[in-house]
Design a protein around this ligand. Sequence first.
Ligand SMILES: *Cc1c(COP(=O)(O)O)cnc(C)c1O
Length: 431
Amino acid sequence: MNASSDSGDSGSLVAGLRCRLCGTLYPARPINFCPEDFGPLEVDYHHDAVARTFNRAAIASRPRTMWRYRELLPLDGPPTVGTQVGCTPLVRADRLAKVLGVSELYIKNDAVNHPTLSFKDRVVAVALSKAVEFGFKTVGCASTGNLAGSVAANAAAAGLEAYVLIPDNLEAGKILGATVYGAKVIAVSGNYDQVNRLCSQIAFKYGWGLVNVNLRPFYAEGSKTMGFEIAEDLGWCAPDHVVAPMAGGSLIGKIYKAFKELEKHGLIGPVSTRMYGAQASGCNPIAALVKSGGKRIKPVRHPNTIAKSLAIGDPADGDFAASLIHATGGWSEDVSDEEIVAGMRLLAQTEGIFAETAGGVTVAAARRLIQDGKIDRDGSTVLCITGNGLKTQEALIDHVARPQVIPPNLAAFEELVGLAPVDSAGLVAAS
Ligand SMILES: *Cc1c(COP(=O)(O)O)cnc(C)c1O
């Protein structure tokens, strides 16, 4: 315990930022690492004060947005950015379950999140609301695609100036989906890790609020709402298995943290959920660490996969994600580009959900984990679908049939689909 906590002020439920390595508690400020040992910082709460209002009935009485869990989100006042985000559908996926060979399967569908069709709207809502509380006028991010669009859109709606830095090889839909909002989008000739390093330099030199750099501890808390919503929509119950895609490795840990916080406050029973992480084989540092049983991430220097949103070679939360996966009794798989495309098509054709490449990663990894007996077929399983397929059309363009062109008459239609022509009396013509 550390004396530097600012617990008393302003009635905030946030106790401060705690170092994940040494446990020291710091006041809530725009910093992302411990000055002592450079460990990452995580938001801690005054749980006694949280307990006074955080209960099932209070939550159920609030609007269906991610802010219904506001006691465990790190703001001092009401949210000002992204007030409509979250509460996406949890879909019972029986047709996909049949193909995968499991009895109880759900899709958490953040492909339809508001406003930019990915789970990133959750983290950005928290980070930019916090940026406003801190008084930042200029914000930004290092992005693999979805964060770019979400920061750009939410900053536009909040009247904040936004700088968005991306690797120069992203999909057209991701780039257009950021520039349209008027953000300054800068493509860097390098991979995500190089973009991220540049953003750290910018944040500290110019004093801007970069959502996944100096605002990262607050940003990351937004991911918990995916876990809160899953448990509430399952009737206040954590599932047996969760499969989540991993980029920096933050989301998977925060979903689990959400279940543990609900357990701590008595909103759900004891948690025994196993966490499963999904990556692409072309950038699999966390999956490789889980499989090797080692302690430290070996960075992937040259990511090469169609799942560009997950292509982080040196993931900030990779070590923690791998140890969490082991601690819960879960596992991790990585899948090829062909499997990713097959996963996207399978989800679309069984459940009518068009996910981006990261969704293909999740479905394909789940398929392998079930086949290998890592996920048991009788438990409940939730697949986290985190982005929308309309933004990564390049991945499918050579894999789906083009429509056939016909002249505008019935005979041509019937010839194409192989139907026998029918005469005007409704009788099939003799041929
Ligand atoms: C950012 C992102 C993730 C996961 O991010 P983490 O860095 O692991 O928290 C998953 N799916 C999509 C589509 C993303 O954009």
